[in-house]
Design a protein around this ligand. Structure first.
Ligand code: NOJ
Length: 546
């Protein structure tokens, strides 16, 4: 059996500022999070991914860092952070943090020094051009919110490169000092006890930017170098990367051409995410089957991280225009629900019409597909979004703990962001307190589902294969196999009940049972007629060796 912890993890992603406020100043903090660790342990979370924790002017939800060696004073101090690591560890929960080193905030002392003089020791830490680069208006990540990727700085009397917003100047990866500093940052946090990093924007970190060339080369070797360094410092530390690139480029992020997994341990599966959205919109599994078929085979130890919602928009840019329109029509028909012309700024429950059966189906499917599941805070209780907030903040509202004022998130009357109040998704209706007392709640279901997953290690560390059946229609059947046993999963993405002939699997079965299902189903018999309700699902244990 594999001892790679990340293959069996359940990762929960949260923003400290909107999770729990312990001191009543309106902003979530580390102490508040410590107070909620028991909740996360009970849910079954084994790893926390904290969105940026560093001091920041907070113009991009903390992804604009002004000091890599501290925590934002609004969240507490390093002592609180060390305590968080200790208390989480007591509960068997690991902590990974966002490593945002493609860029810094323009308020970072490095950039402030760099712009002041060509002789600054930090000048060459950033990417400059003395003349206006021809690709100045290309490569923007946030069209509409960002007009260019090169901005003229009057103090520096030069153009600086920024792949993202103009307040996020890119660091110069060609500079060995920058590489060393990135390692030093990793070393610092590993020494404090984090279990690894969610690496922001990896394809841009390794970009060896050449002014005027919108397709500058990438230095993949830096990833190898960083992996080696990190692993030397902490053997089981993990790198989980954001690299939303073309499918044919994915493999090289996991390892070099020699075939070993010597780069990133885990990549978010953006392609699967997009295809899952398309499949849910069409109520047909075909796009998921396609995604499974087309995903590159990973070197041993390489792992996908699966997700339905994250802290950004649902990025549909890899769909065809027609497919994208289909998803928009189903899940984000109003212009206000869309972002950057490519994405949707909503949470899952409202996208699925707050239909409990569809929400369960979607998460049962995500958690049963190969890889390590990542879930965003609040999804486990079916939180909604606030479209009156700008951009991606719509889905970054405070966690809804109870029906107390401001959702029990804070005692202040001025929460860092407004709490969703009233209506189907208001904190009065959707909150942890109500759901934890209700065995039929979505939260109780999530706890059960995650507990069941703990008994199915095949999902995280085994193979995942689509079981091709004639006339399966809206029903997806897939299986997970490893040395411990075999699970079979049946998910009906459509609204109508169906019956499948799964008798081809019967010869392999030893005392097969549903270990999780949307309802009680009749005995499986010889698998000749296996019913599954519209939007229903069945997780079937076929056999167990260990
Ligand atoms: C990717 C992050 O996911 C996003 O939230 C952020 O705005 C950009 N990187 C810039 O750091």
């Amino acid at each position: 059996m594999t001892d790679r912890w990340y293959q069996k993890a359940v990762i929960y992603c949260l923003d400290i500022d909107t999770f729990a406020d312990s001191d009543g100043d309106g902003c979530g903090d580390i102490r508040g999070l410590i107070g909620r660790l028991d909740y996360l342990a009970r849910l079954g979370v084994t790893c926390l991914w904290l969105n940026p924790i560093h001091p920041s002017p907070d113009q991009d939800d903390g992804y604009d860092v002004s000091d890599f060696y501290n925590v934002d004073p609004r969240f507490g101090n390093l002592g609180d952070f060390a305590e968080l690591l200790h208390q989480a560890g007591n509960l068997g929960i690991k902590v990974i943090i966002d490593l945002v080193v493609n860029h810094t905030s323009d308020k970072h002392p490095w950039f402030q020094s760099a712009r002041k003089s060509p002789d600054s020791p930090y000048r060459n830490w950033y990417v400059w051009s003395d003349t206006e680069p021809a690709d100045r208006k290309q490569g923007m990540v946030f069209p509409g919110e960002q007009n260019e990727t090169w901005t003229y700085d009057r103090t520096a009397k030069s153009w600086y490169y920024h792949r993202f917003y103009k307040f996020q100047p890119d660091l110069n990866i060609n500079n060995p000092e920058v590489r060393e500093e990135i390692k030093k940052i990793c070393a610092f946090w590993l020494q404090l006890g984090v279990a690894g990093f969610r690496m922001d924007a990896v394809p841009f970190i390794i970009e060896e930017t050449q002014a005027g060339n919108p397709n500058s080369p990438k230095d993949m070797d830096f990833i190898t170098e960083l992996r080696q360094f990190v692993q030397w410092r902490k053997g089981d530390a993990v790198l989980l990367a954001e690299a939303n690139v073309e499918p044919d480029q994915l493999k090289e992020y996991f390892g070099d051409s020699g075939g070993s997994a010597n780069r990133i341990h885990m990549l978010f599966d953006f392609m699967l995410n997009t295809k899952l959205m398309l499949a849910l919109a069409r109520q047909n599994p075909e796009p998921v089957i396609e995604a499974l078929r087309e995903a590159p085979k990973l070197p041993a130890g390489g792992q996908w991280a699966t997700f339905l919602r994250n802290h950004d928009e649902v990025d549909l840019s890899r769909l065809t225009a027609e497919q994208r329109e289909q998803v928009f029509a189903e899940f984000g028909p109003d212009e206000d629900m869309q972002l950057y012309g490519r994405g949707i700024r909503r949470r899952l429950a409202p996208m699925l019409g707050n239909d409990r059966r569809r929400v369960e189906l979607a998460y049962a499917l995500q958690f049963s597909l190969r890889g390590t599941p990542v879930v965003r805070y609040g999804e486990e209780i079916g939180m909604g979004e606030d479209l009156s907030l700008p951009g991606r903040n719509s889905i970054r509202t405070p966690m809804q703990w109870s029906a107390l004022p401001n959702a029990g998130f804070t005692t202040s009357n001025e929460p860092v962001r407004p709490v969703i109040d009233g209506g189907d998704f208001g904190y009065q209706t959707v909150n942890v307190s109500l759901q934890r007392h209700d065995p039929a709640s979505l939260l109780a279901w999530f706890e059960r589902m995650i507990r069941t997953l703990r008994e199915a290690p095949e999902v995280g560390s085994g193979t995942c294969k689509h079981v091709d059946l004639p006339d399966a229609g809206s029903i997806l059947v897939h299986r997970a196999d490893d040395v411990t046993g075999t699970m079979v999963f049946v998910h009906n993405l459509g609204p109508s009940d169906g019956v499948l002939d799964l008798s081809s699997l019967y010869p392999e079965a030893e005392f097969p049972t549903d270990v999780l299902a949307d309802q009680e189903y009749p005995d499986l018999g010889k698998f000749e007629a296996v019913p599954v309700a519209g939007h229903g699902y069945r997780w079937i244990r076929l056999r167990r060796y260990a």
